[in-house]
Design a protein around this ligand. Structure first.
Ligand code: FE2
Ligand code: FE2
Length: 165
C-alpha cells in the first residue's frame, strides 16, 4: 500500500517535471533564439561549457525550483538566461582591457546589454545585477528568485567546472 503510494507520487512528480521542462522552453525561447544571446556560444565559461549553455542551465534550474516553491518561475528563467550576458571571454578579458575585477563588474555589464534588447521586470533585473553575491558585497538580492539564482549559478558553475576534460 505504502509502496504503491510512493510509486504513484514518484510518477506524478516525474510527469510534472516533464511538463515543467516543456513549459520552461516556451517561457525562454524568444531570448534563447535572440542573435545577441546566441553570441554567448562564442565565449567559453566554466570548463568545456560555453556561456550560453551555462545560462541555459541556470535558467532551467531557476525555473524548476521556482515552480516547486510557487515563485515567479517565468522571470527566474528569463533572468537566468540573461544573467551572464557580458559578451566577452573572461579568461582573456583582464589582459585585453585591464579590468581585473570581472567577478564584480560583469553583472552590471550583463544588465546594460540585456536592457538594450529586452524589457526587463524588477525580478529579472535583480537576478542579473545581484547573482554574484557574496562576491559583490553590496549587490545583495532583493527577491526570492534572486536568492535562488545565487545558488543555482554556483551549483551549475561547480558542476560545469568539475566536468572539465
Ligand atoms: Fe555571472
Ligand atoms: Fe553565471
Amino acid at each position: 500500500m505504502l509502496r504503491e503510494f510512493r510509486l504513484s507520487a514518484a510518477r506524478r512528480l516525474k510527469r510534472k517535471r516533464q511538463a515543467w521542462k516543456n513549459e520552461f522552453y516556451q517561457e525562454v525561447k524568444d531570448i534563447a533564439r535572440h542573435p545577441v544571446v546566441l553570441r554567448m556560444k562564442l565565449y567559453p565559461h566554466h570548463g568545456s561549457t560555453n556561456c550560453y549553455q551555462h545560462c541555459m542551465n541556470v535558467a532551467y534550474y531557476n525555473y524548476q525550483w521556482c515552480r516547486f516553491l510557487k515563485l515567479d518561475a517565468k522571470s527566474a528563467a528569463r533572468g537566468g538566461m540573461l544573467h551572464d550576458l557580458f559578451l566577452y571571454d573572461w579568461h582573456t578579458h583582464a589582459a585585453k582591457t585591464g579590468d581585473r575585477f570581472h567577478g564584480i563588474t560583469h553583472p552590471e555589464k550583463a544588465y546594460q546589454n540585456a536592457r538594450k534588447f529586452f524589457d526587463l521586470n524588477p525580478v529579472e533585473i535583480d537576478i542579473i545585477r545581484n547573482h554574484m553575491w557574496p562576491v559583490t558585497l553590496f549587490g545583495v538580492p532583493r527577491t526570492k528568485e534572486g536568492w535562488i539564482t545565487t545558488l543555482t549559478d554556483k551549483y551549475c558553475g561547480a558542476c560545469e567546472t568539475s566536468r572539465r576534460k
